[in-house]
Unconditional design. Structure first.
Length: 289
């Protein structure tokens, strides 16, 4: 019977990376770990490289071999082992959703909180369908219209993380948006932005969503360098940063770089209007439209 090639999903890669880290911290070689588990020598390597499945109970036993017994770590590793092979809802869109975007959607689904600096666009999780289609059509101008509509559907479907996630608390979302974004206008749909601004005000009422506006007369701050997103997870998973450009996103990892972005976001928040003034700014611009 031929061996089934496992798809190295982002969850499976993260699980493998975590298990490799705990093995190395325990000072154990792959051979010693395999012997302790009575496995073939290659199994540990294949698990760490996201090429083999590991059951939740096996993951717990392996952590025991490494001397890891913290309840939160055991629970997190078991959950990731259980979900590692799950196919996300976005897989139904096929190749329209790129591999990098699928990775991000997987991270967003598992995240505890997201903080985004968005100096030129309404963040995707706060976009109306009409706004999303206009933006995707403009920045992905080479794509056919059917792809644009599909990606707009994906963007709207993503927003479910803000309200319900299979019994888990909704995503805690904090967005800092430049005031100039609120003045965007679309010749093809003159009233589009009024609906988008109304939607921002509605979303700002949710307890898990914070929206701040960077005023035109803002102090210089790191947000001038462009969009970035700080994505946090429950322990023990490390924080990840996403930066974006026209052809996709790039993940930034590693404690030093992530801390730089986190400190930058704090400075951006300090330069932005307080929440109440931000809402008033959105409302005033909407009413003048």
């Amino acid at each position: 019977m031929p061996t089934v090639q496992l798809v190295p999903t982002l969850r499976r890669r993260r699980l493998g990376q975590a298990l490799r880290r705990y093995r190395r911290e325990a000072g154990m070689s792959i051979d010693l770990a395999a012997a302790a588990m009575r496995w073939d020598n290659s199994k540990v390597s294949r698990i760490e490289n996201a090429k083999a499945h590991i059951r939740p109970t096996e993951a717990s036993q392996l952590l025991g071999v490494y001397g890891v017994d913290a309840p939160d770590v055991l629970q997190a590793i078991e959950a990731l082992a259980r979900d590692a092979g799950k196919r996300g809802w976005w897989t139904t869109y096929g190749d329209v959703v790129t591999a990098g975007y699928k990775d991000y959607l997987s991270l967003e689904t598992d995240a505890e909180s997201t903080r985004i600096c968005s100096p030129s666009l309404i963040p995707g999780l706060l976009q109306t369908g009409a706004y999303a289609r206009e933006i995707i059509s403009s920045v992905s101008f080479w794509r056919p219209q059917e792809d644009v509509h599909a990606l707009a559907e994906v963007r709207k479907a993503r927003q479910a993380v803000l309200t319900a996630r299979d019994g888990r608390p909704p995503l805690n979302f904090w967005a800092v948006i430049h005031e100039s974004v609120l003045h965007q206008r679309f010749a093809s749909q003159p009233t589009l932005m009024r609906g988008q601004l109304r939607h921002l005000l509605d979303m700002a009422e949710l307890p898990n969503i914070t929206i701040q506006i960077l005023p035109m007369a803002m102090a210089p701050n790191p947000g001038m360098m462009g969009l970035f997103e700080v994505v946090r997870f429950p322990a023990p998973w490390p924080t990840v940063v996403l930066t974006e450009n026209l052809v996709g996103g790039q993940f930034v990892e590693g404690t030093e770089h992530v801390e730089t972005f986190e400190a930058s976001f704090d400075r951006i928040v300090a330069a932005a209007l307080p929440v109440d003034q931000s809402r008033e700014t959105i409302r005033n611009i909407m009413e003048k439209d």
